[in-house]
Design a protein around this ligand. Structure first.
Ligand SMILES: C[S@@+](CC[C@H](N)C(=O)[O-])C[C@H]1O[C@@H](n2cnc3c(N)ncnc32)[C@H](O)[C@@H]1O
Length: 419
């Protein structure tokens, strides 16, 4: 299939781009080659540890970039905020934090991690929720068979989870309720029969299940204790502005935020990191249904069935020629990069000074899609030039290094664009 660029591309961006084959990335902060490695850093400090998320940004990376590029008291937007790592670091460093995500779980968790609540309120709220839950004598929640929720839990867990969900709904203070819903969600994830630290759901073996019998109330109580220690330590009165939103159509005005800092999805949800799959059990327990979860998924980059054109990137076009041997993969790639281009245009519209994108490569039909280079070319077409680029070594090497910069899978590219 022949594909056409949707808009004319500017002259040879590869020749000028610091990501091009012949150039070297600029070094900053005294690092000799611009390569960062946060491998040994703690990722669970402060409110980061309250709830896990897939493909989360390393907090130390977020903090380094915020300190370097965001004015003191300035604002940071993460339009793909996920588990809230960027927003937490923005709030902790005294910046204003704005977050958007299409996934309801991401919105809930990000809110909970970035809203200051007093220790005594958490303590009283936790005691009340646990007491009410232990009194509960109604029926346990049941889910439609087709949702496969109960497949991921043992029967004895259904009653305490139901009781906690209803007890939390009784809380009147919205910030406290959001916090406890996030702690409940963390509890759901912790007691579910899936392997930990894996990006996709995978059920424990029968033998593993036999030895896995957590006390649901005790798990929840531990999260409450963690929250009592971490949430009040956020700056007093801190609260990020987090809402559900599609980055292709941001509800923000032109140049409303100083800096955008984000790690976008890579469009590999079918085979790689699947945010909907990760979130679904927690969302079902929180009261969301299949329709609402699917509706959100339909707005994720690359989903939905509408016609799309190939966005203006020479590197993408070259890769698509190879990928086109498999028309389904080609369609999938076009759908994602077309939506990604729309999102980048929105980022260029709402940022006042810089747009920082942390992105890794992706493999489709054994072809490496150089997301760093593609992003530089798309931003070039939008008219926002690259100012600097850094690399971060990823802990696990999945593929040998490819020909030129940014093509390796064992590293992440950090692109800093300046308006
Ligand atoms: C790589 S994750 C972000 C992780 C985040 N930086 C963190 O530290 O947890 C990408 C996020 O993009 C979200 N997303 C996908 N399509 C979106 C869209 N159209 N608008 C807003 N968010 C979207 C996904 O739900 C996912 O949470």
């Amino acid at each position: 299939m022949t594909v056409h660029l949707s808009t004319p591309h500017s002259e040879s961006p590869l020749a000028e781009s610091p990501l091009g084959p012949k150039s070297t990335p600029k070094a900053i902060n005294g690092t000799p080659d611009g390569v960062w490695d946060f491998a040994s850093q703690d990722t669970q400090y402060a409110t980061h540890g309250l709830h896990t998320y897939v493909a989360a940004m390393i907090p130390a990376l977020a903090r380094t970039l915020i300190d370097e590029y965001v004015p003191k008291k300035g604002s940071v937007l993460d339009p793909f905020c996920g588990g809230g790592a960027v927003l937490v670091e923005a709030i902790r460093s005294g910046r204003e934090a704005v977050g958007r995500d299409i996934n309801d779980l991401a919105v809930l968790v990000s809110k909970a991690k970035t809203t200051h609540v007093r220790a005594d309120e958490i303590q009283t709220g936790g005691a009340r929720v646990l007491a009410r839950a232990k009194e509960y004598d109604g029926p346990s929640l049941r889910f439609p068979k087709s949702d496969f929720v109960e497949f991921w839990f043992k029967d004895y867990m259904l009653m305490p989870l139901t009781a906690l969900r209803f007890a939390i709904e009784e809380l009147r203070d919205p910030d406290l309720r959001t916090l406890f819903q996030a702690l409940f969600s963390a509890t759901v994830r912790s007691v579910s029969l899936t392997h930990r630290n894996e990006v996709r759901l995978r059920r424990m073996t029968p033998v593993q299940q036999e030895y896995f019998n957590p006390d649901v109330f005790e798990v929840f109580r531990k999260y409450v204790t963690l929250a009592e220690e971490r949430v009040p330590a956020l700056p007093t009165g801190a609260k990020a502005s987090v809402n559900k939103g599609d980055t292709q159509r941001l509800d923000l005005s032109n140049e409303e935020v100083d800096v955008i800092l984000c790690s976008p999805p890579y469009g590999d949800e079918r085979n790689g990191v699947n945010y909907t799959q990760f979130a679904k059990n927690m969302l079902y327990w929180l009261g969301y249904n299949r329709q609402s979860i699917q509706a959100s998924k339909g707005h994720s980059l690359g989903w939905g069935k509408r016609e799309r054109a190939v966005p203006p990137s020479r590197t993408l076009l070259d890769s698509l020629e190879i990928v086109s041997a498999n028309p389904a993969s080609e369609r999938e790639a076009i759908a994602f990069y077309s939506d990604y281009y729309k999102a980048l245009q929105e980022l260029a519209r709402v940022a006042r000074s810089r747009i920082i994108i942390v992105i890794g490569n992706r493999v489709l039909n054994k072809q490496v899609l150089n997301n760093g280079q593609i992003t530089v070319e798309l931003m070039d077409a939008i008219g926002v030039p690259l100012e600097k680029c850094h690399f971060r070594k990823l802990p696990t090497k999945r593929l040998p290094k490819m020909r030129d910069f940014g093509a390796a899978i064992d590293q992440e590219t950090i692109l800093v664009f300046k308006k």
